[in-house]
Design a protein around this ligand. Sequence first.
Ligand SMILES: Cc1cc2nc3c(=O)[nH]c(=O)nc-3n(C[C@H](O)[C@H](O)[C@H](O)COP(=O)(O)OP(=O)(O)OC[C@H]3O[C@@H](n4cnc5c(N)ncnc54)[C@H](O)[C@@H]3O)c2cc1C
Length: 331
Amino acid sequence: MKILLITEQHDAQWNRVSFETLAAAQAIAKQASDQKDSSVSAVVIGKGVAALADELAGYQLDEVSLVEHDLLEKYTPDGFSIALRQVIEGAKPDLVLLPHTYQVRDFAPKLAASIQKGLIGDCIGYRHENGKLVFVRQMFQGRTAADVVFTDAAPWMATFQAGAFRADLAAKNASGRAPVKPVSVEIKPEQIRTKPLERFREAKQAVDLTQAPILVSIGRGIKAPENIPMAEKLAKMLGGELCASRPICDEGWLPMDRQIGSSGQTVAPKLYLALGISGAIQHVVGMKAARTVAAINKDQNAPIFEVADYGIVGDLFEIVPALIEALEQSK
Ligand SMILES: Cc1cc2nc3c(=O)[nH]c(=O)nc-3n(C[C@H](O)[C@H](O)[C@H](O)COP(=O)(O)OP(=O)(O)OC[C@H]3O[C@@H](n4cnc5c(N)ncnc54)[C@H](O)[C@@H]3O)c2cc1C
């Protein structure tokens, strides 16, 4: 199987999910039935990114394609999909893999449509089965996982969710370096229909949740901002900090720097108490390293229970006041 990995960088800084997808690409190639004919090549796209291509050449790859163009300096969906279509048509891979980032979600469907191929997005795993590559993706907020296969001819395109693979397992090349091949692409200014403005930057972190030994984390199950003081009280009584899943921060009920997950903070406290959090993979990657996870959720099938050491199936509005009362009595 010939795999082409499309990496992501911004201002010549890696998006580290690229290396998670590299680890996935290497593992898929290693386990493919035509393992001997398998190869993994990577693409670095942008402008002024030759140093990144050189860094990537130190990994176990067959080739690194360096795609640079003035019109690729700033990301645009038109520029990236026009350039990458030419790269794919030239490289003729069986499988194109991308990290499931905001940027990839923006251009990958357009790229897939331009080569008239399907795209399996947001995968969390894969397996080789009867000579076919089966992708696994979550559905219904992680309540169930679906197996998805391509039925048409290669090239196939798939994206892997952040946290699905370990970047530190991306294999380096012990004995040499992959060749870096500059690939020229044709893009005309009139083909770019959007004008990129300043990139959105995450809010600066005011609290360092990584240092808190106990975290009480609230999810959409908390229902309304008026209910947050109850969770805050519990956090204080336990000597911990309050944090949240993303929807709570998106709503502005808690500041962004209290968000846990793939686009928030990654924490490893002694105790992580999840209140009304479903346990979507993007949340779990940020807290699964906690020494003890306790979860309260009224849905017994909520995926959070898969990572919980202690689980209470029940209504947090009954259980949290009871916990507070018990803590008050034990003072
Ligand atoms: C690119 C990308 C990045 C993302 N990054 C993050 C991230 O960094 N962090 C993050 O958290 N999410 C992130 N998400 C969102 C993520 O996919 C989920 O949508 C989100 O984590 C769900 O939050 P939740 O569990 O609070 O809400 P829901 O999924 O709505 O779950 C609410 C839970 O509360 C339970 N509940 C309801 N009422 C009660 C009650 N009275 N008592 C007890 N339980 C109750 C329900 O059973 C349910 O399980 C990201 C998504 C994408 C696409």
